[in-house]
Design a protein around this ligand. Structure first.
Ligand SMILES: NC(=O)c1ccc[n+]([C@@H]2O[C@H](COP(=O)([O-])OP(=O)(O)OC[C@H]3O[C@@H](n4cnc5c(N)ncnc54)[C@H](OP(=O)(O)O)[C@@H]3O)[C@@H](O)[C@H]2O)c1
Length: 456
């Protein structure tokens, strides 16, 4: 079957563009062109088109462009608070052009939980293509198809050489030979410390889920749709290295920012309930016993909150001063980190104003339109947050049947619920995030999407 690549300009929001795209493609497009893409019935159809575009390699397959311009279509602009997305996308033609270039990538930590989420998310990605996997001596030399796959669904069908050993002195050269320019790191922190530096020195752009270089003055710590401006630390030199945050920070950070911007947060008290997958496959598979305590996690999370919300001044991050207390604990569920938080606000507020502030929380416009960016990074539900119902929140709804290899927004939104007032200025809420998606692989892929629009 021959697949034909179609570019629809204006496909990020607005069902009109999808309708026109479908017309351009022909009525049998779904069967003949891209049988796996869930176009109709999903508001992320525009992303599916862009994904289709990047999946094709312009120089290897026939590619033609049908451009459908909608200018200032008011419906598209207002559709599901998509105005920022629309404006950012239309004002940034360079971002759309960037989808035409597919960047070769290596995943470090091929057999691990986050490494496999990365492979899943990059398998159909419009901007990146996995060309190599690397791991420890334990898995080096293994055919990627023979690695045990631990996520839902099947391993993506990637045509790759045997797994490289991260300690191989010839690693950099082998990756260059494969056209790899980006590295996605999901190895333990002690391994990441020297490995990531070696790859940066070797000319690769490195985006990391490991904690080794977080809060390093030269390495930006970025949640792409919240503090993209931090990518610009060290303005005098080109940056090739960035880190995503700790997974537990995400469900704390989003409501914190929403309430702090609206009312000012004086302090917070948080308790986490972290899923087994947060500690990798060994705990998820029951190969090691579950212990409730997670040493060092609370301190790390609080420090990252201060760093992410800090000010960028003359190329340096000045961490914010935030009064908070946190306790982190592991619970016996597979996926999804919940934090239970009480925020003390700087002023008395009504519950409806708190709800309005949570509902109005908007992503930074720099991230709008990126393939993994949900339209709403924070979603509020009436009543309780539930992992079984809300884990795959995508910024618009709560899909139950998800293919994470094709739906890059699924699992990328944080969900808050159980919102209540305790007195006139204390807000209690519970906040849920998919720890291996938004808190790990999805977060770092979103970071790379953002970085690719800024790094040459
Ligand atoms: N799980 C989460 O929710 C989460 C969230 C945020 C960040 N992270 C971070 O992501 C990283 C991976 O976590 P994970 O949950 O995927 O753990 P995991 O399932 O235990 O996987 C660990 C991976 O690291 C590799 N590895 C172990 N020792 C190595 C060595 N000496 N040299 C090279 N590779 C080595 C393993 O490869 P081999 O099989 O080849 O040994 C495996 O692929 C960690 O830094 C973690 O802190 C995880």
């Amino acid at each position: 079957m021959q697949r034909t690549c179609v570019l629809v300009v204006g496909s990020s929001v607005g069902m009109q563009s999808n309708a026109c795209a479908s017309t351009a493609w022909g009525s049998n497009w779904k069967q003949n062109c891209l049988p796996a893409w869930p176009l109709w019935g999903t508001p992320h159809a525009g992303s599916a088109f862009r994904t289709a575009l990047g999946k094709e390699k312009p120089n290897s397959r026939r590619c033609w462009t049908a451009s459908v311009f909608f200018g200032n279509c008011s419906f598209a602009k207002s559709w599901v608070q998509g105005k920022r997305t629309f404006d950012a996308l239309y004002r940034r033609p360079s971002r759309q052009r960037s989808y035409l270039m597919v960047r070769g990538a290596v995943v470090l930590g091929a057999s691990g939980l986050v490494g496999q989420r990365l492979q899943q998310r990059l398998a159909n990605h419009p901007m990146f293509e996995v060309r190599a996997l690397a791991g420890s001596a334990r898995t080096a030399g293994t055919n990627p198809a023979d690695l045990t796959w631990g996520l839902e669904g099947h391993a993506p069908a990637l045509d790759l050489p045997p797994v490289f050993d991260v300690q191989d002195p010839g690693l950099v050269g082998k990756l260059h030979d494969l056209g790899v320019t980006w590295a996605f790191s999901a190895v333990p922190s002690d391994v990441a410390l020297s490995l990531e530096t070696r790859l940066v020195d070797g000319g690769f752009r490195v985006c990391s889920n490991a904690s080794a270089h977080r809060r390093n003055a030269d390495v930006p710590l970025v949640v792409a749709d919240l503090n993209p401006q931090h990518l610009r630390v060290r303005p005098e030199g080109e940056l090739l290295h960035a880190c995503a945050t700790n997974c537990t920070l995400i469900p704390l950070l989003m409501p914190y920012l929403a309430l702090h911007r609206a009312f000012g947060v004086v302090n917070y008290h948080a308790t986490s309930e972290q899923a087994r997958s947060g500690a990798g496959y060994a705990l998820l598979r029951g190969e090691v016993p579950l212990t409730p305590d997670i040493p060092g996690e609370a301190e790390k999370t609080m420090a990252e909150l201060a760093w992410i919300t800090g000010r960028l001044a003359q190329g340096q991050i000045e961490p914010a001063t935030i009064d908070g207390r946190m306790r982190c604990q592991r619970v016996d569920v597979a996926d999804g980190h919940i934090v239970d938080v009480v925020f003390e606000l700087a002023q008395p507020v009504a519950l409806q104003d708190v709800n309005a502030a949570l509902d109005a929380f908007a992503p930074h416009p720099d991230a709008a339109g990126l393939p993994s960016a949900p339209l709403k990074p924070l979603m509020r539900v009436e009543g309780s947050v539930r992992r079984e119902a809300h884990l795959w929140a995508d910024g618009l709804g709560f899909p139950a049947e998800v293919n994470p290899a094709t739906n890059l927004q699924a699992g990328m939104a944080v969900v808050v619920g159980d919102v209540e007032m305790e007195g006139s200025s204390r807000v209690r809420l519970r906040s849920l995030s998919h720890n291996t998606v938004r808190g790990a692989a999805g977060g770092v892929v979103l970071l790379a999407e953002l970085a690719s629009t800024q790094w040459s």
